[in-house]
Design a binder for this molecule. Structure first.
Ligand code: SDX
Length: 425
């Protein structure tokens, strides 16, 4: 039911009435679906002002730097909830009771192993294959092992697929790392928490099982929480669009992983560390800021700027606090952190960045913590994908469990008008 009306007046044409809807938070939306019948399309490359769907999962106020998951501020979830609790919240809309959480954790624990034959897929990759290339392949391939539960119209099939994906992503992520080292792939353990289990599979081996440092496990869990969801970002929109064709959830998440890989999106965390390596020293900061401001130079300040946040990304603030805690706990004095902080200070006081409201985003400090935990730069975006899996699934499930249409944008065509094939050819 429309809350208000808009009227589109196009020269030489009768006014077109368009319904306007209000959400619980955020800007009103103009329903433009009726324009097709009036012979018009909207035009919005990059979807700067386009709502692709109605959603109840996550809300972002970019001007105020607010991020809510099912109404709960990210700062509170990062401090008080763990990752599996956040997963439950995203999937079900409410925080779990103690009993619900215990059951959810147990269910996840019992789905962390992957089919033994999936290991064979790794052997087709070079040892130095980019970990995201492998993740795209093996996550899509998971659907080949679950023909019994791929009916997307069956709520129970959607539920078990969600559990399998959340449970298996850390196992696959650790397998990718171990494969790159030529070390034996580690099995998950049901007696460890989600993030402890991940670090166990990453850094233990059949020859030696060291106890996972609880500070690192807590930091890892918080990093997963900070990446869990983020509204209709590029990879989540990819998952929704893929899901709108009726593709199975494993294929949809593999599509999301592929979209996340780009350096403008989830690949930025890896790009930030590479950028800090390239800058090398505080004395080079001004030179690189000049490159970032030069329209003829493709260099951008990785980890800075955001389509929605025109204020501090609230996740970046929590990430920086976590960074300080982890480095202090480990007694690490990381020169790259010093360089990153100086870069942030200088950039934040530079008119170019101030005028464009360019602030550090979630990726600016995450790499420094991941490096301190011992995770190699090439695995950073795999960590992002693991954390974002519950968000991708929650959006996919929200779409599939209600009425939806296949996503099929239109275009402004400016190519050749109709012409005939030359008779003299
Ligand atoms: C993520 O959408 C999400 O929610 C994503 C995410 C999530 O959780 O899913 O938050 C995760 O992807 C975070 C962003 C990670 N990417 C980076 O850190 C890469 C560096 N950032 C830029 O590529 C850029 O800021 C984007 C891609 C993030 C946003 O690009 P927009 O919204 O299209 O903004 P824009 O490119 O139109 O920028 C506006 C202006 C431009 O200058 P003018 O044309 O106005 O002169 O700001 C400039 C841009 O050139 N600009 C930058 C810049 N970011 C924007 N200039 C230098 N360095 C930068 N980082």
């Amino acid at each position: 039911m429309a809350d208000k009306k808009a009227q589109l007046i196009i020269e030489g044409a009768a006014p077109i009435d368009l319904p306007v809807y209000s959400g619980t938070l955020g800007p009103d939306v103009v329903d433009v679906r009726g324009l097709t019948g009036e012979g018009y399309f909207t035009f919005d490359p990059g979807f700067m002002a386009t709502s692709s769907c109605e959603s109840k999962i996550t809300y972002i106020d970019g001007d105020k730097g607010i991020l809510l998951h099912r109404g709960y501020p990210i700062e509170q979830l990062a401090e008080k909830a763990d990752f599996l609790e956040t997963c439950y919240l995203l999937l079900n809309g409410e925080l779990p009771t103690d009993a619900e959480k215990a059951e959810f954790v147990s269910t996840i624990n019992n789905h962390t192993m992957v089919h033994e034959q999936l290991k064979n897929f790794f052997n087709g990759f070079r040892r130095d294959a980019h970990p995201m290339a492998i993740m795209c392949g093996v996550v899509g391939a998971l659907s080949a092992f679950y023909h019994d539960s791929l009916d997307i119209n069956d709520h129970k099939h959607r539920q078990i697929s969600a559990i399998r994906l959340i449970a298996k992503m850390p196992t696959l992520a650790a397998m990718v790392y171990k494969y790159s080292l030529g070390q034996p792939l580690m099995y998950p353990r049901n007696d460890l928490s989600y993030s402890e289990n991940f670090l166990h599979m990453m850094f233990n081996s059949p020859c030696e099982e060291k106890k996972v440092n609880p500070v690192l496990a807590k930091a890892m869990d918080r990093i997963f929480v900070l990446h869990a969801d983020h509204e209709q970002n590029a990879s989540t929109s990819t998952v929704r669009l893929t899901g709108s064709s009726g593709a199975n959830p494993f294929a949809c998440i593999a599509a999301g992983i592929a979209a996340l890989w780009g350096p403008a999106h989830g690949g930025a965390n890896e790009a930030v560390l590479n950028m800090l390596d390239e800058i090398g020293d505080v004395s080079n900061i001004e030179k690189y800021l000049a490159k970032a401001k030069d329209k003829n130079d493709p260099f951008k300040l990785m980890g800075f700027g955001h389509r929605v946040y025109k204020n501090f990304d609230p996740r970046a603030k929590v990430m920086k606090q976590t960074c300080d805690e982890v480095l202090a706990e480990l007694g690490i004095n990381d020169p790259q952190l010093e360089l990153a902080m100086k870069l942030e200070e200088i950039a934040r006081n530079d008119p170019y960045f101030k005028e464009r409201n360019l602030y550090p985003n979630v990726d600016f400090y995450s790499g420094i913590i991941l490096k301190a935990i011992g995770i190699p730069t090439s695995i950073f975006t795999v960590i992002f994908a693991t954390g974002r899996t519950p968000g991708w699934i929650a959006h996919w499930n929200e779409m599939i469990s209600g009425p939806y249409k296949i996503g099929r944008p239109r275009q402004l065509y400016t190519g050749p008008t109709q012409r005939d094939y030359p008779t003299n050819k």
